[in-house]
Design a protein around this ligand. Structure first.
Ligand code: RP5
Length: 174
């Protein structure tokens, strides 16, 4: 799949200041060849723009929405309340509370409206994209094989780094 194809996953962020974090999600989607789009809107500062985006998302062919925001982060929840698409939330450290505020705001959804909440910050953004890939891979064998290769590659990297630091294979027999 090429990037110019209609987007399947969207990466939405609450402020341009969130971009360095949310770029991690875009990078992973690009690695897996998932057509994606980046969108800026705010649950608080631009509620109408957020509503229009959420309401139109499924009809535009999007399958999964990743939403990252900091502070009193309501973006993922507000989007999830206005679409039936799966929404993956990324809490961002944007205040003196270091992201705990955003994590609780994103995570503690009332029963009925789910948001799959990831870790705070760049790891969360990366994992949000990997979670989206895993969901899509359920019905896409090519993508599933790519995910297998990605996971195998991570294990190989650990093996290599382990050998270089400890001078041994990770195998108990060696
Ligand atoms: C949230 O407020 C945004 O998602 C961002 O993380 C945080 C701070 O936004 P800026 O003041 O940097 O625009 O809505």
């Amino acid at each position: 799949m090429k990037k110019k194809d209609a987007p399947v996953v969207s990466v939405v962020m609450g402020s341009d200041s969130d971009l360095p974090v949310m770029q991690e999600a875009v990078n992973i989607l690009d690695v897996f060849g998932i057509p994606n789009e980046l969108y800026l809107t705010s649950a608080h500062r631009a509620p109408q723009r957020t509503t229009v985006y959420a309401e139109e998302a499924a009809a535009r062919g999007l399958k999964i929405i990743i939403a990252g925001a900091g502070a009193a982060a309501h973006l993922a929840g507000v989007i999830a309340s206005q679409t039936t698409l799966p929404v993956i939330g990324v809490p961002i450290a944007a205040t003196s509370l270091g992201g705990l505020d955003a994590m609780l705001s994103t995570l503690q959804m009332p029963g009925g409206i789910p948001v799959a909440t990831m870790a705070i910050g760049k790891a969360g953004a990366k994992n949000a994209a990997l979670m989206a890939v895993r969901i899509l891979a359920l019905t896409d064998k090519t993508l599933s094989k790519k995910m297998d290769a990605y996971i195998a590659n991570m294990a190989e990297e650990i093996e290599k780094k382990g050998k270089s630091i400890c001078g041994k294979s990770s195998s108990l027999k060696s």
